[in-house]
Design a protein around this ligand. Structure first.
Ligand SMILES: Cc1cc2nc3c(=O)[nH]c(=O)nc-3n(C[C@H](O)[C@H](O)[C@H](O)COP(=O)(O)OP(=O)(O)OC[C@H]3O[C@@H](n4cnc5c(N)ncnc54)[C@H](O)[C@@H]3O)c2cc1C
Length: 541
């Protein structure tokens, strides 16, 4: 291998969950890519713990959903309850069962349940898969230090930190999946807009053998502790009695060392155990979005272009969906069946989703343990009981939005995209909890189980999929296949017979994109079907 210069279709900067998702999406489509990561990306801090329904559906498509399930340190049967208590040693105020939809089992609305699993384990599974794909070259301790671009491509400089050498990468496209402090963002002149520093917080990972048995609230993924002394979140996250503890809205100037941290946990829980601190990271909640996601051949994805408080479990999941949206589009362009408008559609589609999710996360962040606590909440007697009932009712009414969010996770849609052809119907109202499947263009293709037990999604092709109803015309189907072939568009045709599917897809023809979003639907295939396909593939506006 020539160390001084490499050439690759796509250079990805950053091997967090977003860079890895993009490498997988490209690798599975046969597009070679180089993924550079400036450190070795190991550690205890889990950051994300919710891998949501949609991300796991992508994992199913990539063939690794079962691997993620098997990697679950607490086991997928562990109940995803969120319990509000005064302290772990104290009283219960409210509980949400099956938060985030982690319960295994068949749900008609989705093909995969969510999972409560530390981000480092999710990354391990993704990394292993990315590295197994031919064409994906993942290099740790390699830092992108700068790049230039012109009409023909991008030329980036990378420093191999292990041996101190520099090399150049010639790529057709570069994607900055380089996180909150993105250098790629700075280099394309994009700026984060919004508000930095909504709150200062700590994420402390510790080991405490016996803690699960030392309280009486039963298994849960999170316990919100509402007390005047130390409002906080605590929960198990890994095997070996590993837990996380998150004091929220920490005062300015407070710095935690390990001794302080152990003492804080002892005080907050009211349970005296030897707490061994494994890591302690400060993190700042912000609400920020980049003013541009692209400069010609360079794109931003994930935390590099959107940041919000991690309440609702959206950050990593949203970044994975960015990678999927961008990944198939870059692949289509590089394979010759996608055009430039497809790349323009990336920001047009993703930005409104980011804006919605940022608003949801900010609303969740506005109601933390600190805000729900009330003087006398730990008190004995009828007054204490009354107060706890009152606060419990307030929790149920205000925190549903954070733990039952299928409407956000599956109900987002792409309006005003140049790569989607609207059918004239108006957009249904947004709702965080109620996900109402719709085959209206821009929406996620409605999920269904087939009578053989498989998911409808398992039958979608890697390119476009035409769902044809029983009323489809054989001549139309023949024309669609011919026109897709003539334009080089990969197309699978499905004509399922299950009645449920006919209800979900009322149009005679529904065209679904590689990312499982509906691109077009209609009862008649247009006379110039080639023009329609070219538009959906970004060949013409
Ligand atoms: C306390 C906390 C809890 C969270 N909980 C959840 C949750 O439950 N669910 C959820 O979905 N999200 C959650 N998140 C958010 C989630 O962790 C992030 O959204 C996610 O890590 C973003 O992924 P990314 O790949 O965009 O960026 P990152 O994970 O930040 O990865 C970027 C990578 O790029 C590398 N890099 C940077 N610059 C360069 C360079 N010049 N050259 C090479 N490499 C470079 C970095 O080393 C880094 O490894 C949480 C976050 C926090 C802080």
């Amino acid at each position: 291998m020539n160390k001084t210069s490499l050439s690759v279709p796509v250079l990805i900067v950053g091997a967090g969950p977003v860079g890895l998702a993009l490498a997988i999406e490209l690798g599975q489509r046969g597009i070679a890519c180089l993924l550079v990561e400036r450190n070795d990306r190991v550690g205890y801090a889990p950051r994300a713990k919710t891998t949501n329904v949609r991300t796991r559906e992508h994992m199913r498509r990539w063939g690794i959903a079962n691997r993620l399930r098997d990697a679950s340190p607490l086991g997928v049967q562990y109940p995803s309850n969120v319990v509000f208590v005064t302290r772990l040693a104290g009283r219960e105020l409210a509980r949400f069962e099956n938060a985030m939809y982690c319960a295994p089992g068949r749900n008609p609305l989705y093909s995969e349940h969510a999972q409560w699993i530390p981000q480092y384990t999710v990354e391990e599974v993704m990394r292993e898969h990315a590295q197994s794909l031919p064409g994906v070259d993942l290099r740790f301790n390699c830092e992108m230090t700068g790049f230039t671009q012109d009409g023909a491509g991008v030329s980036a400089q990378v420093r191999d930190k292990a041996n101190g050498t520099d090399f150049t990468v010639q790529a057709q496209y570069l994607v900055g999946a380089d996180g909150a402090r993105s250098a790629v963002r700075d280099l394309i002149g994009a700026r984060m807009e919004g508000q930095y520093g909504l709150s200062r917080n700590y994420n402390i990972v510790f080991r405490a053998p016996g803690l699960a048995e030392a309280h009486k609230h039963g298994p849960a993924i999170m316990y919100w502790q509402l007390n005047g002394e130390l409002p906080s979140l605590i929960g198990p996250m890994d095997s070996g009695d590993k837990w996380f503890f998150m004091p929220t809205k920490v005062e300015e100037g407070v710095r935690l060392n390990d001794l302080d941290a152990a003492d804080l946990i002892r005080k907050a829980t009211g349970i005296d155990l030897p707490y061994e601190i494994l890591s302690s990271d400060e993190w700042v909640a912000s609400r920020l979005i980049a003013n541009s996601y692209r400069d010609r051949r360079v794109f931003l994805a994930g935390d590099a272009c959107h940041l919000h408080p991690p309440f609702g479990g959206y950050g990593m999941n949203m970044g994975v969906a960015d990678a999927v949206d961008l990944g198939w589009k870059l692949a289509a362009l590089l394979q010759g069946w996608g055009g430039p408008t497809l790349l323009e559609s990336y920001e047009a589609e993703r930005r409104p989703v980011h804006q919605w999710v940022i608003a949801e996360a900010e609303a969740n962040h506005a109601i933390l343990s600190n805000h729900l606590v009330a003087a006398g909440l730990e008190g004995d007697g009828p007054e204490g009981e009354r107060l706890r009932r009152e606060v419990g009712a307030r929790i149920e009414a205000t925190k549903l939005r954070e733990f039952n969010t299928l409407g956000v996770v599956l109900g987002y849609r792409y309006e005003d995209s140049p790569a989607i052809v609207p059918d004239g119907s108006s957009a249904p109202a947004l709702d965080f909890i109620n996900y109402v499947p719709s085959s209206r263009p821009g929406h996620l293709a409605p999920h269904a189980w087939l009578h053989d037990g498989s998911s409808l999604y398992d039958h979608f092709g890697g390119g476009f999929t035409l769902l044809a109803s029983s009323a489809a015309d054989a001549k139309d189907l023949e024309a669609i296949r011919r026109q897709a072939g003539a334009n080089g568009v990969p197309l699978a045709v499905l004509q399922p017979t299950e009645g449920g599917i006919a209800n979900l897809y009322p149009a005679r023809y529904t065209l679904v994109r590689p990312d499982q979003h509906v691109a077009w639907r209609g009862d008649t295939w247009p006379a110039d079907g080639s023009a329609l396909l070219r538009r959906l593939c970004g060949m013409q506006a």
